[in-house]
Design a protein around this ligand. Structure first.
Ligand SMILES: O=C(O)/C=C/C(=O)CC(=O)C(=O)O
Ligand SMILES: [Mg+2]
Length: 221
């Protein structure tokens, strides 16, 4: 699945960030949501990307910014109506990702029936690790992902607990939104989401494959 351009800096491509919500039953339950029978999808803007060394911003309009650690899937070969049986041929690699979420804003949006854009798609809402080549991960459904805040473990989950598998998600999404080279799919977070505040340090990892660290800073108005 050779790509025409190097995807090891996929965040520079400006392509879509497609997020799957409520893909772990324990997380759906901790936020008092029903366990879904179909994937819940939303989007982040490419300006949501942030890399280690730069801060994750605490938006001025939230009092409850949550961390969500997630496995990201980097698309190498685009397509529409991709069959589940071929879906993994469209994967170039993976990344460890955070889906930073302004939970109070999201709750308000849910109450008012409004989209989640303010809660989920703001600048720096998608911290990402280095690119992980596909060959490094034999099975994306056999990984432990974790997140600590100031050295305290907050989230530890196993990707075997995903409700919808990576091939299913690729196939499902591609029937609605054409997938393109450089797109990133966030596959949902396990339980343990909680608030972070100014100057907190988040560290996250996938097994012994990758780790990353980010600090929270207040957004200047
Ligand atoms: O439904 C809610 O209240 C919240 C859902 C999410 O934030 C979904 C995710 O982003 C996720 O499960 O990873
Ligand atoms: Mg999420």
């Amino acid at each position: 699945m050779a790509s025409s351009r190097n995807l090891s800096r996929f965040w520079e491509w400006g392509r879509k960030i497609i997020c799957v919500g409520r893909n772990y039953a324990e997380h759906a339950k901790e936020l008092k949501n029903e366990v879904p029978t179909e994937p819940v999808l939303f989007l982040k803007a490419p300006s949501a990307y942030v890399r280690e060394g730069a801060p994750v911003l605490l938006p001025y309009y939230t009092n409850n910014l949550h961390h969500e650690v997630e496995l990201g899937v980097v698309i190498g070969k685009g397509g529409t109506n991709i069959a589940q049986s071929n879906a993994m041929d469209h994967v170039e690699g993976y990344a460890l990702c955070l889906d930073m979420s302004a939970r109070d804003v999201q709750d308000q949006c849910k109450k008012k029936g409004l989209p989640w854009t303010l809660a989920k798609a703001f600048d720096t809402s998608c911290p990402v690790s280095d690119f992980i080549p596909k060959e490094t991960i034999q099975d994306p459904h056999n990984l432990k992902i974790w997140l600590k805040v100031n050295d305290n473990l907050r989230q530890e989950g196993h990707t075997s607990s995903m409700i919808f598998s990576v091939p299913f998600l690729i196939s499902y999404i591609s029937r609605i939104i054409t997938l393109e080279e450089g797109d990133l799919i966030l596959t949902g977070t396990p339980k343990g989401v909680a608030a972070v505040g100014e100057n907190d340090e988040m560290a996250a990892g996938i097994d012994n494959i990758i780790t990353m660290k980010f600090q929270i800073k207040k957004q200047l108005q």
